[in-house]
Design a protein around this ligand. Structure first.
Ligand SMILES: *[C@@H]1O[C@H](CO)[C@@H](O)[C@H](O)[C@H]1NC(C)=O
Length: 356
């Protein structure tokens, strides 16, 4: 009896103290949360770029273990679904077959490719005849002296693109002369030249030596810029680093224009794809990717081309994308058109893009 009374008497202040203690804890916790959130956004807005540039440099130089590819099938809802009176092609083409066998041992002849692709019109143009394609796609390939690769590309890609039911055209942008190669500038030229021919709404930028191993990797555009060559045999079927945007990519016309196109001053190998990634990131865009399975592709093995040595200025350049992107791009593109040939399987555009 007595002990109970005592306990109760001493209980009161202890409850108050507990309450005070908890309140304090809560306040401290809230302060901490507030500071963390503030710091998080601050760091995100300022430092991520710097961190990224360093990250790229280390990753490109070392043989560190690459993180496994965790690309999501970011299948975005289609941008346009304008219900026109004409019958649209279905969202997913019924003609797709999935994984493909891709080999480069047996050379192919353009003659065979022509015979096997009678639906392709001059200039490498095609559109399905039983439905209206969802997108008009220009495929732009920067090129110089890689005719063997181009044959394989045409041999594999034309059938795939037709099964994907795209309204497409193939534009091979050939750098004239023997000056040092400039991939990104050739891509800009491809954009301009393709737009002269047709009202393209989507652009696929592809290296000539990359062949997809699955036709479900659709060569079209998405609500975010798309990176298509996500698991290349060259990199052990993994993404070499998260910001990697080289090889094959696609962009809607508006996405391309919003970043002022691509840089014109990356002469030689490397960095221009990272500059493009930076432009997209600064514009608040994210990269859409197919799954590692669907995104498998093969690169045709080759020696490094002459006049395409690694560009020593590339690291410095990609650390200044933010300052340069509105001065250097599609707005200040200058080149001389040397010739335009409408060939059976592609349009070959030869240009003089100058020198560094
Ligand atoms: C890093 O390597 C990738 C893959 O080979 C390449 O596409 C990119 O241009 C390189 N970046 C630099 C800065 O060298």
């Amino acid at each position: 009896m007595r002990s109970e009374v005592i306990r109760m008497a001493s209980a009161e202040p202890s409850v108050n103290f507990n309450l005070l203690h908890r309140t304090c804890k809560l306040v401290v916790l809230l302060c901490f949360l507030h500071i963390s959130v503030t710091v998080f956004f601050y760091v995100r807005s300022l430092d991520i770029r710097v961190a990224f540039v360093q990250n790229q440099q280390t990753r490109n130089g070392t043989a560190e273990a690459h993180p496994p590819l965790d690309a999501k099938e970011a299948e975005q809802a289609e941008d346009e679904q304008a219900g026109k009176s004409l019958k649209k092609c279905p969202e997913t083409s019924p003609l797709l077959v999935g994984p493909l066998r891709v080999e480069f041992n047996i050379p192919v002849s353009l003659d065979t490719v022509r015979k096997e692709n009678t639906g392709v019109r001059p200039g490498g143009r095609y559109k399905p005849d039983d439905c209206v394609a969802l997108q008009k796609v220009a495929i732009v390939i920067p090129f110089r002296k890689r005719d063997e690769h181009l044959k394989f590309w045409l041999y594999y890609l034309h059938p795939i693109l037709q099964r994907q039911q795209l309204d497409y055209g193939v534009y091979v942008i050939n750098q004239d002369g023997d000056e040092i190669f400039n991939r990104a500038k050739l891509l800009n030229v491809g954009y301009v030249e393709a737009m002269k021919e047709y009202d393209y709404e989507c652009f696929v930028f592809s290296d000539v030596d990359l062949i997809p191993m699955d036709d479900r990797n659709i060569y079209k555009c998405f609500s975010q810029p798309r990176h298509l060559s996500v698991s290349m045999d060259k990199f052990g079927f993994r993404l070499p680093y998260n910001q990697y945007f080289g090889g094959v990519s696609s962009m809607m016309k508006e996405q391309y224009l919003s970043i002022n196109g691509f840089p014109n001053n990356y002469w030689g190998w490397g960095g221009e794809d990272d500059d493009i990634y930076n432009r997209l990131a600064y514009k608040g865009m994210t990269i859409s990717r197919p799954s590692g399975e669907v995104g498998k592709c093969r690169m045709i093995r080759h020696e490094r081309d002459k006049q395409n040595e690694p560009n020593p200025q590339r690291f410095d350049r990609i650390s200044h994308t933010r300052q340069t992107m509105y001065k250097d791009g599609i707005n200040y593109l200058s080149y001389k058109l040397v010739s335009k040939e409408t060939l059976a399987l592609y349009t070959k555009i030869t240009v003089d893009i100058g020198k560094p």
